[in-house]
Design a binder for this molecule. Structure first.
Ligand code: SF4
Length: 249
């Protein structure tokens, strides 16, 4: 890990007690989060939840080599977590630029997503408030006809529920792209639908989650075909994100 990575907020796991958003052990939503994820990770346990656990889990994940044989640039897990984060961005997988930087969303998709959310980099990379956990932590390569390959299928079953159990302060999960939407649809029984249908029906997913397209260049074409996204969805998204990041309950 180089100096930029070491000092970047994306690599800092924040002690729960130091955050204005820390909650007590009786928090109902936190308990609900733990119960939800434990259904999908038989090995997870209430005792796994804690600051030390998240640091240890992050170190374990950063050392993961499960897909080493099939990753074109090798393993380099990229994510941003803390036990106090209230907003979770459930994203897809790193591209080549993110693989290079080791920091989530250091590319055009990140700039587009921040514009959608209405938050600056200083908030986006504040790990104490915002967690970024892709469905696949490492750059998966490209498919033969162009475009990035899907997230590695090994990754979410191996890591996701353990990370969610160690982040009990999460209040809102942004389901960015089809892979995240499909995983959470199964985990939280959110129902079926295309990506566009889910985004258009965003009100049905609140207050726990908010479906969004993947903010790649393709989303520019998609936005042109679906003007309601900018007119109706983005104002609601910005309100929800601001509310979650500013409230302490
Ligand atoms: S994609 Fe996930 S499972 Fe595969 S090597 Fe990276 S961290 Fe491990």
């Amino acid at each position: 890990m180089d100096e930029r990575e070491r000092t970047h907020p994306a690599f800092v796991s924040c002690p729960r007690s130091s955050s204005p958003f820390a909650t007590n052990g009786k928090d109902k939503q936190a308990t609900e989060n733990k119960e939800q994820v434990s259904r999908f990770r038989p090995h997870s346990h209430a005792a796994d939840v804690g600051i030390g656990t998240l640091d240890a889990l992050s170190a374990e994940a950063r050392a993961c080599r499960v897909c080493a044989a099939v990753l074109p640039l090798g393993p380099r897990p990229v994510f941003q977590v803390s036990a106090t984060a209230r907003l979770l961005i459930a994203s897809q997988a790193p591209g080549t630029r993110v693989h290079e930087s080791g920091i989530p969303y250091t590319d055009a998709s990140g700039a587009r997503l921040r514009e959608w959310l209405g938050i600056p980099e200083s908030v986006f990379y504040d790990a104490a408030r915002v967690a970024i956990l892709p469905m696949g932590f490492c750059y998966p390569g490209r498919v033969p006809n162009g475009g990035d390959a899907p997230p590695r299928p090994e990754c979410a079953p191996l890591w996701r529920a353990r990370f969610l159990a160690a982040m009990p302060s999460l209040r809102l999960t942004l389901l960015v792209g089809l892979y995240a939407q499909d995983w959470y649809a199964r985990a939280w029984m959110l129902g079926r639908g295309t990506m566009t249908e889910r985004v258009r029906d965003f009100r049905n997913y609140l207050p726990r989650s908010f479906p969004l397209p993947h903010p790649s260049w393709r989303s520019l074409l998609w936005e042109r075909k679906n003007p309601w996204f900018r007119e109706e969805v983005l104002p609601a998204l910005r309100r929800e994100v601001a509310r979650i990041l500013s409230s302490k309950a």
